[in-house]
Design a protein around this ligand. Structure first.
Ligand SMILES: [Cu+2]
Length: 147
């Protein structure tokens, strides 16, 4: 019996090692306010190809994602979340996307941080054509306008 349990544990450990070889878990800050935000943020994250799970915590304002590092990256996930209207550590949502959110979801924005991100073009690594084109206001006041 003991041997059998040991065998199962060994299989489990080996299995989780294989999974962790390509799966990565990262945590970053995403601004939001309520349960609707939670759904929107998590949906935006899981809609990115390669994302396995996404869990946003309202109290800590942290989004924990686990994803296949070969298919996507924390940057891509944050881009998607920002496009849904929520500021992340790296990217700010466009003013239009933000104002399109329901009133209960209009979280407190950090003005200084927003300006800093917009001014620094090195933060803007996503493809201008695919990520920025559906939102005209993005070209004037988000990082999409810098390139
Ligand atoms: Cu909300």
């Amino acid at each position: 019996m003991k041997k059998r349990i040991f065998g199962l544990v060994a299989i489990f450990l080996f299995g989780s090692m294989v999974v962790s070889a390509k799966n990565k878990t990262e945590k970053f800050q995403v601004k939001g306010k309520c349960g609707m935000c939670e759904k929107r943020i998590e949906n935006a994250a899981t809609s990115v190809e390669g994302v396995e799970t996404a869990k946003w915590d309202e109290e800590s304002q942290n989004l924990e994602v686990s994803f296949n590092a070969k298919k996507t990256s924390s940057k891509k996930i944050q881009t998607s979340v920002a496009m849904a209207g929520h500021d992340t550590e790296l990217f700010s949502a466009s003013d239009k996307k933000y104002s399109d959110l329901p009133g209960c979801c209009q979280y407190q924005r950090d003005e200084n941080k927003t300006q800093m991100n917009h001014g620094d073009s090195s933060e803007c690594s996503h493809e201008k054509t695919t990520e920025c084109s559906d939102d005209k206001s993005a070209t004037s006041n988000s990082c999409c306008g810098g390139k």
